[in-house]
Design a protein around this ligand. Structure first.
Ligand SMILES: Cc1cc2nc3c(=O)[nH]c(=O)nc-3n(C[C@H](O)[C@H](O)[C@H](O)COP(=O)(O)O)c2cc1C
Ligand SMILES: Nc1ncnc2c1ncn2[C@@H]1O[C@H](COP(=O)(O)OP(=O)(O)O)[C@@H](O)[C@H]1O
Length: 310
């Protein structure tokens, strides 16, 4: 049975060297995950650090309706795991079959046979194997039998532990400043710029439109100070509207639309961009006149400038 997914940044080739392994969903690669990666690196010493992650999210297999909104695409998650210290990343193609493995079967198939684990580091409360019956105790026992060390790393946090659930709650509440604190970077929405109604430039504010994927954590409708990351790595200040443009009739679906401050010369159609959410400025409003909307957009731009400066 093929258990690994071949994804860019996580090629489906077994790791031939000994490793220190950490395992998790790692959605968001928030500061708790970053601390876990640092702990794994500290244990690794001379050996390579390997992060094993799951896709799809186990909840998406068993209760698709309850699958949590994703904080990162799989590709971005892999990139971030590398950025925070993983030499290798492998993606488990999570399935019902895999979920039925006993803790010992899981350890053999996942960390031993192809990953040559010398050490395994997991976050506090980590569970694995059928009906989540594996814990740090069974992992340590497997380690004694198979020659690896098992370590539980305390959950990093502020007043409470950092968690993907906390980040999702902050994003859902529009508290993108808090999401930044928990992630150690702004929350972002990624996508390819599509055509809109071509109205933006007439209003004096052309906007790069990114369609909203509803499996993804997108902040609630409103106006935000943002940065737009272009494929060449350029980061541009912006004011972003999330919503359905209620001032106008006939808008299809929610959009994330970014006006890049002080620019008119951009051609972004078809580019893959990231919108980084820095601060929430206000609620979305259905204006009765165009003039009122445009006046408010000028104020938004001024507010975005202040928020991005600080
Ligand atoms: C800073 C900013 C604030 C906005 N605020 C609102 C708003 O309060 N109400 C609204 O209906 N649309 C708002 N919009 C969205 C505009 O209606 C939208 O950008 C415009 O209709 C152009 O759409 P287009 O890109 O499809 O041409 C805002 C857009 C920006 C960039
Ligand atoms: N300052 C800017 N911010 C965002 N997009 C810009 C800017 N200047 C030019 N553009 C280009 O204009 C497009 C948006 O123009 P707009 O009139 O709003 O059309 P649409 O309705 O198709 O989005 C963007 O996709 C981008 O290619």
């Amino acid at each position: 049975m093929a258990i690994w997914k071949a994804v860019e940044g996580a090629p489906d080739t077994s790791v031939s060297e000994p490793t220190a392994v950490t395992i998790g969903n790692f959605d968001g690669v928030h500061r708790g995950h970053q601390a876990l990666l640092a702990a794994t690196r500290a244990v690794a010493g001379e050996v390579a650090t390997l992060a094993i992650t799951f896709d799809p999210h186990p909840v998406a297999i068993f209760a698709p309706d309850r699958a949590p909104a994703r904080l990162t695409t799989l590709e971005r998650r892999i990139e971030l795991l590398h950025e925070h210290g993983a030499d290798h990343v492998r993606v488990l193609d999570f399935s019902r079959e895999m979920a039925a493995w006993s803790p010992d079967e899981f350890v053999r198939a996942v960390v031993l046979d192809q990953c040559h684990a010398r050490a395994v580091v997991v976050g506090e409360g980590f569970r694995y194997g059928s009906r989540a019956s594996g814990s740090i105790e069974s992992l340590a026992e497997s380690g004694r039998a198979h020659g690896f060390t098992a370590q539980e790393s305390a959950l990093a946090g502020d007043a409470e532990a950092f968690s993907s659930t906390r980040v999702r709650a902050a994003v859902a509440a529009g508290d993108v400043e808090q999401a930044t604190v928990l992630l150690g970077r702004p929350h972002e929405v990624e996508g390819v710029v599509v055509e809109g109604d071509r109205r933006g430039r007439e209003l004096g504010f052309p906007t790069a439109n990114v369609p909203v994927d509803d499996t993804y954590a997108v902040p609630p409708d409103g106006v935000y100070a943002t940065r737009l990351l272009l494929p060449d790595g350029t980061r541009l200040p912006g004011a972003t509207s999330v919503g359905t443009n209620p001032t106008f009739e006939g808008v299809r679906g929610r959009r994330v639309e970014t006006y890049v401050l002080d620019r008119e010369d951009l051609d972004l159609y078809g580019s893959r961009v990231r919108v980084e959410f820095v601060a929430r400025l206000r609620e979305m409003v259905a204006y009765t006149t165009l003039e009122a909307l445009v006046e408010q957009m000028h104020r938004d731009v001024a507010d975005a400038r202040v928020a991005l400066r600080s």
